[in-house]
Design a protein. Sequence first.
Length: 203
Amino acid sequence: MPRLLHVIGSPRGVLSRSGLVATAYLDALRAHRPDVEVDTLDLWREELPPLDEAAVAAKMAVTRGGNPDPAQRVAWDAVLAVVARFRTADRYLFTVPMWNGGIPYRVKHYVDLVMQPGLLFTLDRATGYAGLLRNKRATVIYSTGIHAPGLPPAFGADYHATYFDWWLRETGVAEIDTIRLPPTGPGPDLEPVLARAREMARR
């Protein structure tokens, strides 16, 4: 059974506009492919293991061919469980709001957890990094409050979609479908904007 991993990057719950678009996507997916299993990971409601001293020490030991001590092994096994959940998905759906020009800290925590050498990527000192995932596809719903492409620098910069798309490609995800919500801060009526985004998600 194919599995889609739905990673929720917004803390706003039912008030999340990117979440409304994701719901339209999932409803259409379930109607079109009822055999797909949806695994939902809400980064604001599910505790992820810390990348603390024990976890980093374990990572360094493993990448250098050593053996973590018992405490380090416990920390590293918790990280590996998160990585496995990501790697074994066939498809991904992310909702990623812009925070201060970038991605929310919980989303960055998740990226740092799963992006492990030998599991999601390799490094060749002569040719550079190479992603290890194959035949994966991601749909990313990006939302912003004020910033939009083409606005003057006073309205912010994009280290948001540019960073997240780069990261996905570094893992080996080659097919990325992007849905961008225009600025959703105070201003004109958002319902037509959301309606267009929901229709795009259904398609």
